[in-house]
Structure formats: structure tokens, C-alpha cells
Design a protein around this ligand. Structure first.
Ligand code: NAD
Length: 357
């Protein structure tokens, strides 16, 4: 396993490998940047093929959180953690208590939360060993489910894209295809869109959830693969990553791609391919920052809905600037977003270094 030479290492400030014999814990915590504040990002528990796969995942995710957090201008840096899921039966409570001890050993440099495979209850167990946990279901500043705020950010950003792509200032009559419509974010997004008068086409593996949305909003249910080739204005990926890939890129007819899913592009080159095809792509980590914006209220110790709203307006403005630059310079929006994120992180680092000196 190479670490410093790893393609995704990208000057991580700290990478902690944590093990605990008693509980079977094998975890990696990636702290990509603390230039703007403590590194914040969720903990994912997954069955990885080996520790290389876990390392690759944590490094990519941790860098992604840095980019997301800096683009939303939040007072936090970027980090992430992964736990290699133990085989067979294991004591979940003890495992997360041990994970909490690993987080605590970083003295607040990293703040954890739940991610794929980890529940709010798991985080309550981790909380027994460390205070550096957010996204808790209860407590003074608990911010609760971040999905409604993520959905609101996606909705606002989608309007920005539609204005530029279709020349329409509202979403009435705009046809939107939502992948993962029955999920946490997808369902809230469907609600906003229906209220705005959009025509909805939905797919999911959760049939009951789809029927519910159909009854509520009169949405049209379509097949899992059918969603890509629909004659719609907007495609909103809200389920899986890597859905913009060589197999789907020529099938997608929507002018605008704007959804909540992380890592929608199978590779960075897909951004250029979308642009070549005249599409407007909203960089995922810019558009889906509502959830982390929501969580920051909890880190700050008081939850202020007005502050959250102002950050969502900031998200719209940032997205608008990226799309304008993309249009003016003829360069893909994903690369422009990456460049802005990297520059902002470097600027913050310089300021921090000057302060220390
Ligand atoms: P979720 O698990 O609640 O929803 C995902 C939905 O996708 C589920 O309804 C699932 O049945 C459906 N799905 C799974 N496989 C599918 C397939 N092959 N085709 C169609 N649908 C399928 O997750 P979520 O919290 O709503 O998050 C959705 C996406 O947004 C994820 O990629 C997540 O990482 C990202 N995201 C979520 C938040 C948040 O606040 N929840 C914040 C940022 C990013």
C-alpha cells in the first residue's frame, strides 16, 4: 500500500489508521484540510476488498469534503473516515465506542458524522468516547435530518441552471426526471418541484415510495434505465454515483443535469463530454452542500435557520458564477469548480500560515 504516493493523497494533512483488537475495529480517518477550521465529514462503514480500497475511498471522500465545504464558504475543513466492516457477528456498540476513541485522539482536528452504513444511533455510541461528533438525533443544537436542506439547495440550484439553459425564470412546465425519487433527498426535491409546477418523471427501486409520490404529485413512474433517455429538460441524479458515464452520456437528452448524488461523473473527463454535447452540468458538491450547511449550525452550538438560508443563497450565487465562467471560457463546469476550490484552500492555508508566523 502506498500512502504519500497514492494518486488521491493530494497533500492530506493527516491520515490516521486506527485498529482495536477487542472490537475488530479497522478504521482510516483522512484529514484533507483544516485551513478553514476542523475537518468535518461523515464516517462510512463498508465491506472493502482490502485496506487499499478503503484508503482510496477515504482519501477521495475526504478531498471531496474539503472542496464541498470551501465552496459553501463554511468555517470547517474537509475530512472523512471509513470503517472496514468486520466479517460475521460483531458488537456494534463497542465498535463505535472504539471508533470514537480514534476520533478523540485527533483532539478536535476531525469531526465525524454518519454516512453510508452508519446510523445516528452508531454516532451516539461514538459520542460516548468523543465530543467531536455531529448529526446526532438529540441534544442542544441537534440539526436533525439534513435531507430537506440538501433538497432545497438542489432545487434552488436547478432553477439557476434552468434559467441559463432554457431561459426560463421559473420551473412551471419544466420536465424533470428524478433518479432515486423515493429517497430522502429525492422525495423532498419532488415536493419542491411539484409545488413550482414542474412535470415530474420518477424512478427508484422502492416501488411503494414511487406510488406515494405519484399519488401526491401526479408524477409519471418510469423504468430504472428508461430515466436516462427521457425527453425532459432536467435530469436529477439523486441515487447513485457515476451515472454520467460512457454508457449513459449519449442517451441523456436533458439539457440540464442537476441532482444531489455525490460523484455523479464517472471520471472528470465526463464534464468535458457533457459540455461538448451542449449540456449544463451543476457540479455535484456545489449543488448538494445543503446537508453540510445544515450540520454546521450544530457545530457552532446553535441552530440558526436564517444563517442556513443565507448559505443556500450563497450556493445559488456560487453556482451561477461557475456556470457563467464555464460559458464565457468554454471550459467544463466541474473543472472550474475544482480550480476555485483548490485556490480557495491554498488562500486559506496562506492566511493561516501567516497568522501562525
Ligand atoms: P437515500 O438512500 O435516502 O436515497 C437514495 C434512493 O435511491 C433510494 O430511494 C433508493 O431506493 C434509490 N436507488 C437505489 N438504487 C437505485 C437505482 N439503481 N436506480 C434508482 N434508484 C435507486 O439517500 P439520500 O440521503 O436521499 O441521498 C441521495 C444521494 O444524495 C446520495 O448519493 C447521497 O450521497 C447524496 N447526498 C445526500 C445528502 C443528504 O443530505 N441526504 C447530502 C449530500 C449528498
Amino acid at each position: 500500500m502506498s500512502v504519500f504516493e497514492h494518486v488521491a493523497f493530494d497533500n492530506h494533512e493527516r491520515v490516521l489508521f486506527a485498529t482495536d483488537d477487542k472490537t475488530g475495529l479497522k478504521a482510516i480517518i483522512g484529514v484533507h484540510s483544516t485551513a478553514s477550521g476542523p475537518a468535518c465529514g461523515g464516517c462510512r462503514m463498508w465491506t472493502y476488498d482490502d485496506s487499499n480500497a478503503a484508503l482510496t475511498d477515504v482519501l477521495r471522500l475526504s478531498q471531496g469534503m474539503s472542496y464541498k465545504n470551501i465552496m459553501a464558504d463554511l468555517p470547517i475543513g474537509g475530512g472523512k473516515s471509513v470503517i472496514m466492516k468486520p466479517e460475521g457477528h460483531f458488537d456494534r456498540v463497542a465498535l463505535f465506542e472504539a471508533f470514537g476513541r480514534a476520533v478523540e485522539s485527533l483532539n478536535g482536528m476531525y469531526i465525524t458524522a454518519e454516512d453510508v452504513g452508519v446510523s445516528p444511533d452508531d454516532m451516539m455510541y461514538a459520542r460516548r468516547s468523543t465530543a467531536h461528533v455531529v448529526g446526532l438525533p438529540e441534544g442542544k443544537a441537534a440539526s436533525g435530518d439534513p435531507s430537506p436542506v440538501t433538497a432545497e439547495g438542489v432545487f434552488r440550484g436547478m432553477k439557476v441552471c434552468v434559467e441559463r439553459g432554457l431561459g426560463k425564470s421559473d420551473l412551471s412546465g419544466v420536465k424533470v426526471a428524478i433518479q432515486g425519487a423515493a429517497g430522502h433527498v429525492g422525495a423532498y426535491l419532488a415536493g419542491h418541484l411539484a409545488e413550482a409546477g414542474a412535470e415530474l418523471f420518477i424512478t427508484d427501486i422502492n416501488e411503494a415510495g414511487l406510488q406515494d409520490l405519484k399519488a401526491k404529485h401526479g408524477a409519471t413512474i418510469v423504468g430504472l434505465d428508461e430515466i436516462y433517455g427521457l425527453d425532459v429538460d432536467v435530469f436529477a441524479p439523486c441515487a447513485l454515483g457515476a451515472v454520467i458515464n460512457p454508457d449513459t452520456i449519449d442517451v441523456i437528452r436533458a439539457k440540464v443535469i442537476a441532482g444531489a448524488a455525490n460523484n455523479q461523473l464517472a471520471s472528470r473527463e465526463m464534464g468535458a463530454e457533457l459540455q461538448r454535447r451542449g449540456k449544463i452540468y451543476a457540479p455535484d458538491y456545489v449543488l448538494n452542500a445543503g446537508g453540510i450547511i445544515n450540520v454546521v449550525g450544530e457545530i457552532q452550538g446553535s441552530y440558526e435557520p436564517e444563517w442556513v438560508r443565507s448559505k443556500l443563497v450563497g450556493l445559488e450565487n456560487t453556482l451561477g458564477e461557475i456556470l457563467d465562467m464555464s460559458d464565457k471560457e468554454g471550459r467544463p463546469s466541474n473543472l472550474i469548480a475544482d480550480e476555485i476550490a483548490r485556490t480557495r484552500i491554498e488562500d486559506k492555508k496562506s492566511v493561516k500560515e501567516t497568522e501562525i508566523a
